[in-house]
Ligand binder design. Structure first.
Ligand code: GLC
Length: 566
């Protein structure tokens, strides 16, 4: 049966995330498209990818780059046609690869016909598809919840004199999951794609679908007092997801990943434990907030390394003990590049990109590679707000100045935190616009593309690309990478993250230096005596010379090694 671990083939697979707008343009429009992706499947197959996660290509006004869906069953002409989509599925299947699509059902675009109907009148049959509230007695907002993109979470509708809830952009209206009809629509549209041959779904902010029906005010003095505790992992969320599993995920044997905003370990265990019949695995973002000052994305601080390691340990151990499953990732389209954040994107770019990769790919879970990560693409080096395109960045540039920052200070924060950092076009070769388009790209290509591109890395056996390929292969070969028990080894070392994965007969050891200085690392007496003393074989490393095996290791700047003891 589909829930038995041996049926869970994706536990040894690596997923590749495609941001279609920036992957490959086949028409010269300046925007990537489905045909562009289909033309590059050989590249992904060669990398060892088995699952491609394609981000939203549905009809959309593109206010939030496709996460504002106006028709869940049609392809946006900017990305191509349904024939192109069918061809993509055929070409993937030919290569034994699988397609995972993005499902955005916490909200729809306000241009969706459901919303267009709903806003006509209070008694329209679609009214209850969305969340409407009267103004407060003083005529103000129904409560003090804040949008994730800045500003209040409620939008006033003139025609009917009520507010609707929009937790993201003002054109992304939250759907009302209390309404059974909405839940049926969501299941039906997923069945539609499953029938077409899609093998899995990435479920956008799916842990926000169940709102506390009292809609209480939050405490605005708390650092997270934006209302999130009243709709994150909400009262009926597990019930709603189990319903989707019963109707769709189970019957079609799909691989599913839930994107979990501000979630907890306890909830992610429930979301991802096979017996619960909810999702295959979950994304959480705690490890990507270690450089948020007071938990605030728009306040900078150097990242907290001890906290980063503590979080990996907590999630590895917690999920492992309870039988949950992590989606492992450093990057996605909403995050600045991890290389620029946790590594050194200058002098040690190659070493630190490989170091981050090895550290992550040795963990338990299913790794996700975000386009360009496998090349070591850094944040683009932009110094003008006009380079930025993302709605969140634009809103925040304004809001930060309203809060009293100068334009220059606001720009400094946007440069670090903008989602556009990871949305620049994929770098294929050294030709103009990095071979991404023959037209003018919708977002500027990073100026370092002549050095950092697929073509040049394919030709180099020591490239970051070659390193990723090897890591992806190792996960398939070494059972201990999927199954081994995670044990942290570094205590509180200021620069080293070291862990082991203990299997029945084998032990995997990963040691990574997160700093630009050479540093020593020693195994404990116990570990050395019980496991490591008899010698180990290097599986993968990132320097030409590997530190000599011993109780104490000398690790060069950004050095990172994976050893196995059999
Ligand atoms: C998710 C997406 C993000 C989008 C948001 C609203 O976090 O990854 O890109 O803006 O949901 O749909």
């Amino acid at each position: 049966m589909a829930n038995e671990p041996q049926q869970q083939w994706w536990r040894k697979s690596t997923v590749y995330q495609v941001y279609p707008k920036s992957f490959k343009d086949s028409t010269g429009s300046g925007t990537g498209d489905i045909k562009g992706l289909t033309g590059r499947l050989d590249y992904l197959q060669e990398l060892g990818i088995e699952i491609v996660w394609l981000q939203p290509v549905y009809v959309s006004p593109q206010n939030d780059n496709g996460y504002d869906v106006a028709d869940y069953r049609q392809i946006d002409p900017a990305f191509g046609t349904m024939e192109d989509f069918d061809e993509l599925i055929r070409e993937l299947k030919k290569r034994g690869m699988h397609l995972m699509t993005d499902i955005v059902v916490n909200h729809s675009s306000t241009e969706h016909p459901w919303f267009q109907e709903a806003r006509q009148s209070k008694d329209n049959p679609y009214r209850d598809y969305y969340i409407w509230r009267d103004p407060a007695p003083d005529g103000g907002l129904p409560n003090n919840w804040q949008s994730k993109f800045g500003g209040p979470a409620w939008q006033f509708d003139e025609t009917t004199g009520q507010y609707f809830l929009a937790l993201f952009d003002k054109t992304q209206a939250d759907l009302n999951w209390e309404n059974e009809q909405v839940r049926r629509e969501a299941a039906d549209l997923m069945i539609y794609w499953a029938e077409k041959g899609v093998d899995g779904f990435r479920m956008d902010v799916i842990n926000l679908i169940s709102k506390d029906q009292r809609f209480p005010d939050d405490d605005p003095s708390a650092s997270t007092g934006d209302g999130r505790k009243f709709y994150t992992d909400g009262p009926r969320v597990h019930e709603f997801i189990k319903e989707l599993h019963a109707k769709v995920f189970g019957p079609y044997n799909l691989v599913t990943v839930g994107e979990m905003s501000s979630t907890t370990l306890e909830h992610c265990i429930r979301y991802s434990k096979p017996e619960e019949r909810e999702f295959s695995m979950t994304f959480n973002f705690h490890h990507l907030k270690v450089d948020y000052k007071n938990g605030q994305k728009w306040e900078l601080k150097p990242y907290d390394f001890a906290e980063l390691k503590r979080l990996f340990t907590e999630w590895q151990t917690g999920m492992q003990q309870a039988g949950g499953w992590n989606a492992l990732f450093w990057n996605n389209h909403d995050q600045p590049r991890a290389l620029s954040r946790f590594g050194d994107d200058g002098e040690y770019r190659t070493e630190s990109a490989k170091m981050l990769a090895t550290t992550l790919h040795g963990l338990q879970g299913t790794p996700y590679v975000y386009q360009g990560e496998e090349l070591g693409m850094p944040n683009p080096d932009w110094h003008d707000i006009r380079e930025f395109n993302d709605i969140e960045s634009k809103n925040m540039y304004r809001i930060l100045q309203e809060r009293g920052l100068t334009g220059g200070q606001a720009l400094e924060i946007i440069r670090e935190r903008s989602r556009d950092n990871s949305r620049t076009p994929m770098q294929w070769d050294a030709s103009e616009h990095a071979g991404f388009t023959e037209g003018t790209p919708w977002l500027r290509v990073d100026r370092r593309y002549r050095q950092i591109n697929v073509q040049s890395e394919q030709a180099d056996p020591h490239s970051i690309l070659a390193h990723y390929k090897q890591l992806i292969k190792l996960r398939k070969q070494e059972q201990v990478i999927s199954d081994g028990l995670f044990v942290r080894l570094d205590e509180e070392h200021p620069h080293i993250f070291a862990y082991s994965r203990i299997g029945e007969t084998e032990t995997l050891i990963v040691v990574s230096n997160f700093s630009g200085t050479q540093t020593g690392f020693s195994f404990t007496e116990d570990f050395w005596a019980s496991r490591a003393g008899n010698g180990a074989r290097l599986l993968i490393g990132n320097t030409r010379q590997t530190p000599a095996w011993g109780k104490t290791l000398e690790i060069p700047p950004y050095g990172s090694y994976m050893w196995i003891i059999r």
